[in-house]
Ligand binder design. Structure first.
Ligand code: S3P
Length: 430
């Protein structure tokens, strides 16, 4: 098993950097490019392991996809041209590939077998399989079709109105994508708004979708046209450097060209509420998504309560927010975040155990955590548990620990951010 020794820094972090393309948008660009007709060109694509799984899945279904660095060309022939893959599809660690792909496979007249790594095999797939079965697909797997490996037999689908019980954009997107192959109008009703990249991307490919007070409606049997997509920087990756700048004395860091879709910018709101010196300059709109630069200067964080509607807007940022809260001068409470238990790891458990091992005073609750603050973090040997965001949280923590940290299993960071350590190195004030 690989490990990496990480040392605290003497000076702060300084400079400008750009982070890789947004993971959610990169997945969707491949999906829509593969089911549209004509050529799609994707630039600033995230070539992390998760998005490569989405490319491989569509290649296995006969789509020609050529990747050259961060530029991907897709030659789609329409959704009905997707072929039955000869071998099972390996989804690796990627929950987004799994849930969104299921939506497409459900409506195709083929048989598919899907499997993933150990972490993905523990994550619930019934949250999307249940509505897809209601629409007419046959989906079976371990534990009554709850977990991978799954066997999918697609069918002619009928549209449904689905009130989603979980705050999940993956579930919403899986059902909406199935709606493309269903007769009539499929509706997803969500109580709390989740990221809307599927809706935006569908429009960019010439499709029609409406959203009205929590009900998203999509008509079936639409034809999509290939297009060009430029993927903005991933705010979920930028978040690690924004917090790094906040907690390291003397720092000032600007992350440029970051996606500022309002369903994703909860981290900016949290940083402001915690009194972090942060400036956002919105520069332009690219492919229907606002993009801008974010600057953070070192600051003392104020403890706050984080709950309710903001949770889906920070769901992937909670590990790094928890680290920030260890440096606040008082108690921070995170609630309503039970969805964290269904991520690459149970992130309530993995965040709390890791920060405790580093000397923080933090407790898990059923739906979040309580972080008491005022912590001086010590060094330790800690494990990413194979979860990329836990690995990056540990790497940022190591900047301020008293001694060095040995991070076991750092390689998983490549799932969403292969150049993470290089980029961190660029802003170290040497
Ligand atoms: C994602 C949605 C979120 C997020 C994940 C990517 C997406 O998951 O945690 O990293 O691209 O739709 P849920 O929708 O399951 O909350």
């Amino acid at each position: 098993m690989s490990e990496k020794v990480l040392h605290p820094i003497d000076n702060g972090l300084r400079g400008n950097l750009q982070v890789p393309g947004d993971k959610s948008i990169s997945h969707r660009a491949i999906i829509f490019g593969s089911i549209a007709k004509g050529k799609t060109t994707v630039t600033h694509f995230l070539d992390g392991e998760d998005c490569m799984r989405t490319i491989a899945a569509f290649q296995a279904m006969g789509v020609e996809i050529n990747k050259n660095g961060q530029t991907v060309e897709i030659y789609g022939n329409g959704i009905n041209a997707l072929k039955e893959p000869v071998v099972p599809i390996n989804l690796g660690n990627s929950g987004t590939t799994a849930r969104l792909l299921l939506g497409i496979l459900a409506g195709l007249p083929h048989h598919f077998t899907l499997y993933g790594d150990e972490s993905l095999s523990k994550r619930p797939m019934d949250r999307v399989a249940i509505p897809l079965r209601q629409m007419g697909a046959t989906i079976d797997g371990r534990d009554n079709g709850t977990y991978l490996p799954l066997a999918v037999r697609g069918a002619k689908l009928t549209s449904i109105t689905f009130e989603t019980p979980v705050k999940s954009a993956q579930v919403k997107s899986g059902v909406l994508l199935a709606g493309l192959l269903a007769k009539g109008t499929t509706e997803v009703v969500e109580k709390t708004t989740t990221r809307d990249h599927t809706e935006n991307m569908l429009k960019a490919f010439g499709g029609h979708i409406t959203s009205d007070t929590g009900t998203i409606s999509i008509q079936g049997e639409q034809e999509l046209q290939g297009t060009s997509i430029h993927v903005p920087g991933d705010i979920s990756s930028a978040a690690f450097f924004l917090v790094a700048a906040a907690i390291t004395e003397g720092s000032s860091v600007t992350v440029e060209d970051v996606g500022l879709n309002p369903t994703r910018t909860g981290i900016i709101d949290v940083l402001k509420q915690m009194n972090i010196d942060i400036t956002v300059v919105e520069e332009r709109t690219i492919g229907g998504e606002p993009v801008g630069s974010i600057t953070v200067n070192a600051s003392t964080p104020k403890p706050i309560v984080i709950d309710g509607e903001i949770i889906p807007r920070i769901i992937d940022e909670i590990p790094i927010i928890a680290l920030l809260a260890t440096q606040a001068n008082g108690k921070t409470i995170i609630r309503d975040a039970e969805e964290l238990r269904y991520k690459e790891t149970d992130r309530i458990a993995s965040v709390v155990q890791t920060l405790q091992a580093l000397g923080a005073n933090i407790e898990a609750t059923n739906d979040g955590m309580v972080i008491y603050g005022n912590d001086t973090l010590t060094g330790a040997e800690v494990d990413s548990y194979g979860d990329h965001r836990i690995g990056m949280m540990i790497a940022i923590a190591s900047l301020i620990t008293k001694n060095s940290i040995t991070l076991k299993n750092p390689d998983c960071i490549a799932v969403s951010y292969p150049s993470f350590f290089n980029d961190l190195d660029k802003i170290l004030d040497k």
